[in-house]
Design a binder for this molecule. Structure first.
Ligand SMILES: CC(C)(COP(=O)(O)OP(=O)(O)OC[C@H]1O[C@@H](n2cnc3c(N)ncnc32)[C@H](O)[C@@H]1OP(=O)(O)O)[C@@H](O)C(=O)NCCC(=O)NCCS
Length: 177
């Protein structure tokens, strides 16, 4: 299994993987498409896991969002969505995609990655509740433990304490939210 940058030729297969992983609804694959067409899209942070035998079995997308504090806005990354083919889940593929994404994100100089996700999964990869860094989320009403974050350098997120994560419009956010 290799982890590599997604190419346009992968889009159809990625859509199938995402739809299957999320139960054949197209909500998450539509999100992938909106992000790809947005300013927040960073092609090298759209990753696929591929094996020679069965092709693409997983996909993870890190894209740009902003932590806002008063007039100040700082670019961060959000991880969404991540999807592994149902037959290949729990084999370490998600972990490898996330590890590679975090490594690339760090190399690009981003201060941290934030997400909304399963609190049983992400802490093993180094994520903590975003509230530990004093970060807030107002656009989505979610329990504290599902809004998580990881710093990519010392004080990367600590320095943004008190800030609010703002997802961009590609996430279905209205302007006044
Ligand atoms: C969640 C997901 C990305 C994890 O990827 P994966 O390749 O299956 O996970 P890994 O092999 O890296 O890690 C496996 C471990 O994570 C745990 N895990 C997987 N999904 C989990 C979940 N939803 N909640 C809690 N723990 C989970 C497994 O139980 C396993 O634990 P163990 O090692 O103690 O047995 C994948 O299962 C998936 O695509 N799920 C459907 C889509 C989805 O929910 N996406 C994420 C939205 S936040």
């Amino acid at each position: 299994m290799i982890i590599r940058t997604e190419k346009e030729a992968d889009y159809d297969r990625v859509r199938q993987v995402v739809d299957k992983a999320f139960g054949n609804q197209d909500e998450e694959s539509a999100l992938v498409e909106r992000i790809r067409q947005s300013d927040g899209f960073i092609p090298s942070l759209s990753l696929v896991a591929e094996s020679a035998e069965e092709g693409i079995a997983g996909h993870a997308l890190f894209s740009k969002a902003s932590v806002v504090d008063g007039q100040r806005g700082v670019d961060v990354l959000v991880l969404a969505p991540i999807a592994i083919s149902p037959s290949r889940q729990k084999q370490g593929i998600g972990t490898r995609l996330i590890d590679e994404g975090l490594k690339r994100s760090r190399e690009l100089g981003f201060p941290g990655v934030l997400l909304i996700g399963h609190p049983g999964y992400y802490p093993r990869l180094g994520f903590r509740p975003a509230s530990a860094y004093g970060l807030v989320l107002k656009q989505f009403q979610v329990p504290d433990e599902v809004f998580m974050a990881i710093e990519l350098r010392e004080n990367g997120l600590e320095a943004l304490r008190g800030g609010e994560l703002r997802y961009p419009a590609s996430f279905g956010i209205q302007k006044d939210q």
